[in-house]
Design a protein around this ligand. Structure first.
Ligand SMILES: [Fe+2]
Length: 136
């Protein structure tokens, strides 16, 4: 078995871990801001940016060992498929098993993600008709 799939998998795990950390630090920064602690909020936002950089470094490393034919459009399509899975399976399964207040949070996520999926579909469509960047 090639080492590449394992390396890809571990880089993805590291990417997911640091991306989640970045989101968590931003959430804590928002809380600090709400609680009237702007200096703490700024420090947490700085750490979130550092976590983004750690996620990005692992994303870039995974890209460097990825098959050459996997372009950005294919990756956006994969992300779209993941969003669809979340909206059609993951969140509905979770909201059936929780209290109404928590369910409402999941419903709101699904609604917003449905809008984002439409935007992603548009990006894939526009990229498919172009060899370069999106037209202005
Ligand atoms: Fe998502």
């Amino acid at each position: 078995m090639s080492r590449l799939p394992r390396a890809q998998e571990f880089l993805k795990t590291g990417f997911n871990a640091e991306a989640a950390s970045a989101a968590r630090f931003r959430a804590m920064a928002a809380r600090a801001e709400r609680e009237g602690k702007p200096r703490l909020a700024a420090a947490l936002l700085g750490l979130a940016a550092e976590k983004d950089a750690l996620a990005l470094s692992q994303y870039e490393a995974a890209q460097s060992i990825r098959e050459p034919h996997e372009g950005l459009a294919a990756e956006i399509e994969a992300a779209l498929a993941e969003e669809r899975y979340e909206n059609e399976q993951l969140y509905p399964r979770m909201w059936r098993d929780v209290d109404p207040e928590t369910g409402a949070v999941f419903h709101a996520v699904v609604a917003r993600q449905a809008e984002q999926a439409t935007e992603l579909e548009s990006l894939v469509d526009r990229l498919g008709r172009s060899v370069g960047d999106l037209s202005a």
